[in-house]
Write a protein that binds this ligand. Structure first.
Ligand code: NAP
Ligand code: MG
Length: 477
């Protein structure tokens, strides 16, 4: 080993308490679902981690009934001060079991342990703490005295932040007095089922939270169920549109948090080394499986070469490999399907004439991995500039004037997030006003706080999650 190489620093896999078999959680109990069991794999090794029982359409009905019963008999009647205690308990149990959850998340999803440990799990706990604080203060949230919950919330989440997306959905629903039927993604059901154990540990009344593993059809049947009052979905724009069509004309309230193609805009007066860190965090965090990822870098022409050079050097130092190794920066792509999608889009970039640079990092033989990639000479018409790649692939475009930067940044059907790098405060404010994006970060990227509302414009969806605005989605105001 050379003196600058790292020794392996694996986190113990035993911490995950992995079981052979997991089951759906309905009415406070783990039950045998009547769906076809699925096998969840470790994307870093392609080994099967566990067999997971899934829900059928009739289980969806049982779960919605359990949620309705819990809603009318217990949860909607309970004073906010009492509901808060359950949320605080859940938050503390997530902290107590944080190492187990982090290792399990990395095994099931492929994300680096340093991210699941330092970002996903603590932020999930923070969402419960934050919303616990709201549960007894809803009268003062600006919705008038005694705002009412909606009833049963059907929630469908993706695989990129399994536990964190669950927290974003469940914490505000419970804080406002709703009950929940949630479907985790097919490829990442495990931490949601450990969360179900946490609900039992917290002695949450049965039926307040129901977790139904399964494929997209189970998501669809939750959305279609006549006795669900609210749908909250995070995932692809394609499925979001389907859901919107299904819900149209019903009483169901809907929030959609869909894809993105965020512009990360670097001006020539920006502190470039800092900006490079922000660009790397913006697109390579979580293998780029981030709806708000800074996937379109817009650099002012005068500094484009310098930024690209610094960026390639920095990206070549990122360590790709075993997600459980504490030194790993880039883990595995979540599924073979997602890897094929990334490869397809990267090929289109080659075909359409962009310049591809790929990090020379070694790539493991087994597992689903994709080396960090930067495309330069990208034009706005190329697929890699328009479509969400949802992988560790950055498309770099240039601009000359702030007006051109705004026009290019807004030239997208999406509108979830954006980044601005400049020394000038006045330019930050001007840009933030011009950019059509739900979240605009200035001289930073991918910062999340439960108190800050998150959500999009246009094809990135509607409704907000987090903060006071996020409560509104679960209240009859
Ligand atoms: P997806 O199909 O939209 O999946 C999101 C969730 O919806 C999953 O739980 C999925 O179940 C479920 N689902 C699928 N079809 C459904 C339907 N007809 N009705 C209700 N629920 C349904 O997303 P994906 O297939 O995982 O990823 C595809 C692309 O979506 C990605 O490449 C990326 O571009 C984008 N994406 C965006 C986000 C985001 O955070 N905004 C997250 C993930 C993906 P299954 O797990 O069984 O598919
Ligand atoms: Mg899918």
């Amino acid at each position: 080993m050379g003196i600058f190489e790292y020794a392996p620093a694996p986190e113990s896999r035993a911490l995950a308490n992995l079981k052979d078999h997991y089951r759906p959680f309905i009415g406070g109990e783990f039950v045998d679902g009547s769906g076809e069991p699925l096998k969840t794999v470790n994307p870093a090794t392609e080994e099967i981690l566990a067999e997971v029982g899934t829900a059928s359409v009739s289980d969806v009905d049982t779960a919605v009934k359990a949620a309705r019963k819990a809603y009318t008999s217990v949860w909607s009647k309970m004073p906010g001060t009492e509901r808060a205690k359950y949320l605080f308990r859940i938050a503390r149990l997530i902290q107590e079991r944080s190492r187990e959850l982090a290792v399990l998340e990395s095994l099931d999803n492929g994300k680096p342990i340093k991210e699941s440990r330092d970002s996903d799990v603590p932020t999930a706990a923070a969402h419960f703490f934050y919303h616990a604080g709201w549960a007894d203060k809803l009268d003062y949230a600006g919705y008038g005295p005694d705002p009412k919950p909606l009833g049963v919330a059907g929630q469908v989440i993706p695989w990129n932040f399994p536990l964190l997306m669950l927290a974003w959905k469940i914490a505000p629903a419970l804080a406002t007095g709703n009950t929940v039927v949630l479907k985790p993604a097919e490829t990442t059901p495990l931490t949601a089922l450990v969360f179900a154990e946490i609900c039992q540990q917290a002695e949450l009344p049965p039926g307040v939270v129901n977790i139904l593993p399964g494929a997209g059809d189970i998501g669809a049947s939750i959305v279609e169920h006549a006795d669900v009052d609210k749908i909250a979905f995070t995932g692809s724009t394609e499925v979001g549109k389907l859901i919107q069509r299904t819900v149209a004309g019903t009483r169901k309230k809907l929030t959609l948090e869909l894809g993105g193609k965020a512009a990360n805009v670097v001006f020539d007066d920006a502190p470039l080394d800092q900006a490079v860190e922000g660009i790397v965090n913006g697109i390579f965090f979580n293998q780029g499986h981030v709806c708000c990822a800074g996937s379109r870098l817009l650099v002012q022409e005068s500094v484009a070469e310098e930024v690209l050079e610094k960026l390639r050097y920095r990206v070549s130092t990122l360590r790709l490999g075993d997600p459980l190794d504490k030194n790993t920066d880039i883990g595995a792509i979540n599924s073979a399907e997602q890897l094929a999608k990334i490869r397809g889009l990267v090929e289109s970039g080659d075909d359409e004439g962009a310049q591809r640079w790929t990090s020379p990092c070694p790539v493991p033989e087994r597992g689903f991995f994709f080396a960090p990639t930067v495309f330069s000479e990208v034009h706005q018409s190329m697929r890699i500039a328009r479509e969400e790649i949802f992988g560790p692939v950055l498309s770099v475009l240039t601009f000359r004037t702030p007006e051109e930067a705004v026009a290019k940044a807004n030239n997208t059907p999406y509108g979830l997030s954006a980044g601005i790098w400049t020394e000038k405060g006045s330019r930050i404010l001007w840009m933030a006003n011009q950019l059509r994006a739900g979240v605009v970060w200035a001289n930073t990227f991918n910062r999340f706080d439960p108190a800050a509302p998150f959500g999009g414009y246009q094809e990135s969806g509607f409704g907000r999650e987090g903060g006071r605005a996020g409560l509104e989605a679960y209240l009859d105001v």
